[in-house]
Write a protein that binds this ligand. Structure first.
Ligand code: NDP
Length: 452
């Protein structure tokens, strides 16, 4: 085959930007990966010749569709739904579904791209995808959410399947939404298959799946601290978000000895200097899941805490920061404040929470900095285990699944160390390690298939 001319990073990014106008999140996610991959492949021409990164940054397909539903007042509402199937070189597509008013193609393309590397890092056979709709379940009645989910699945079912593409939850999609979508898929196809993960345990879900992303982030953080001879014990931890990932990250970090002092939502954050212990977290969990309350309610129940409206929690002095809300929630200015306050570790529970500037600052400061594709991979890992249980028609016990999760997180950590240790030093660049380890696995599978 003819040797393709090697392009440099800036030319590669200029081309990507031109082909994806108005998609800044997608361009940002590719840039973050490309910075490390260009360095890794500079002496490996086969990856250049076969245009691996160029192909990975072009989704296999982007499916976009109309979702009509009727609200409780009888109005016909129209939303837009998507499924972005990025790459299935190492297994069926896998990745969550997000319902949020800000969902657009750029966000889902970035998430599907990231998911490809994350899934590879778990060591399980899963390709990368992401989907969603610009629908916000907040403030909608259960019946409205049900009608929306049914309408969404009435189109999505054509593109998914246990051996094709297995979606899960994400922002705005929890147990309730998965139940409605699974029920509609079962009705339309007259089949009971593991087409979604994050299912209720009564109908094929895995124990620990709900907790897995946050728990996995806690385990990964503990593994990172160990490389510097540290433990979570005695360290103050600032967490953003108060959804699935934030609550379970807080739970595991507290169990491992950390003092979690903040949680947040899009309205602001609460600061509880005494710590959000297991009892307080149980209260937050029940408010958020059953009553779908706001984090500001916390201060009415626990008056020693304060609520700060309209700001993220990064100004609170801490040893460790764990962003668990959404993308680009931690800016360069926030990073400077955290570093100024002596923050020694950042573990990303959410996907791409740090802007490129913030990520560069953490890398330059050589603190322990874990990207989401490594630190939050526990969720998709247990989704992979849910698929295995569905295929075997078995349900594993809670401690069996959690032990597997611990093992997978520690293997992801090992892979990051293998590819991320900075030459001649003890410093581990977890971003580089995760990018290179994930890339290598997918790239080598793509090479085996030739040009397809
Ligand atoms: P949830 O919907 O359960 O919770 C999201 C939380 O983030 C809420 O507290 C929400 O507040 C807050 N939030 C959302 N948007 C904003 C914003 N623009 N500004 C401030 N706060 C915001 O979602 P998850 O916990 O499931 O997901 C959180 C993150 O983790 C996402 O990045 C997701 O992609 C990632 N992730 C999730 C996995 C999972 O298994 N669920 C797996 C891997 C990654 P509000 O209610 O006010 O909107």
């Amino acid at each position: 085959m003819a040797i393709t001319e090697h392009v440099d990073l800036s030319k590669f990014m200029a081309g990507l930007q031109k082909r994806n106008p108005g998609q800044p999140e997608f361009v940002q996610a590719v840039q973050e990966v490309a910075e490390d991959i260009f360095e890794f492949i500079k002496d490996k021409s086969v990856y250049h010749e076969y245009q691996i990164l160029r192909r990975l940054a072009e989704p296999d397909r982007v499916i976009s569709f109309r979702v009509c539903w009727e609200d409780d007042e009888g109005n016909i509402r129209v939303q837009r739904g998507w499924r972005v199937q990025n790459n299935n070189a190492i297994g069926p597509y896998k990745g969550g579904i997000r319902f949020h008013s800000a969902v657009d193609e750029s966000t889902l393309k970035f998430l599907a791209f990231e998911q490809t590397f994350k899934n590879a890092l778990t060591g399980l056979p899963m390709g990368g995808a992401k989907g969603g709709a610009n629908f916000n379940p907040r403030g909608k009645s259960d019946h409205e959410v049900m009608r929306f989910c049914q309408s969404f699945m009435t189109e999505l079912y054509r593109h998914v399947g246990a051996d094709v593409d297995v979606p899960a939850g994400d922002i705005g999609v929890g147990a309730r939404e998965i139940g409605y979508m699974f029920g509609q898929h079962k009705r339309i196809t007259n089949s009971f298959t593991g087409v979604l993960t994050g299912k209720g345990v009564e109908y094929g879900g895995s124990l620990i799946r709900t907790e897995a992303t946050g728990y996995g982030t806690g385990y990964f953080l503990a593994d990172m601290l160990k490389t510097r001879g540290l433990q979570l014990d005695g360290h103050t931890v600032v967490i953003s978000g108060s959804g699935n990932v934030a609550i379970h990250a807080a739970e595991k970090i507290t169990q491992l000895g950390g003092l979690v002092v903040t949680l947040s939502d899009s309205g602001g954050f609460i600061h509880d200097p005494k710590g959000i212990d297991a009892g307080k977290l149980a209260w937050v969990k029940s408010q958020k899941t059953r009553k779908r309350g706001r984090i500001s309610d916390y201060v009415r129940e626990f008056p020693e805490a304060e609520f700060i409206a309209g700001r993220p929690p990064w100004c609170v002095p801490c040893d460790i920061a764990v962003p668990c809300a959404t993308q680009n929630e931690l800016t360069g200015d926030d990073a400077r404040v955290l570093l100024g306050n002596g923050c020694l570790a950042v573990a990303e529970g959410s996907n791409m929470p740090c802007t490129l500037e913030a990520a560069h600052l953490f890398k330059a400061a050589e603190i322990l900095y874990a990207p989401g594709k490594a630190a939050n991979a526990g969720g998709v890992a247990v989704s992979g285990l849910e698929i295995s249980q569905n295929v075997a028609r078995m349900s594993w016990k809670q401690n069996e699944v959690e032990q597997l999760l611990v093992g997978i997180m520690s293997e992801i950590h090992d892979r990051c160390v293998e590819y991320g240790r900075r030459a001649g030093t003890n410093h581990i660049d977890y971003v580089r390690g995760a990018n290179v380890a994930g890339f290598k696995k997918v790239a080598d599978a793509m090479l085996a298939f030739g040009v397809v």
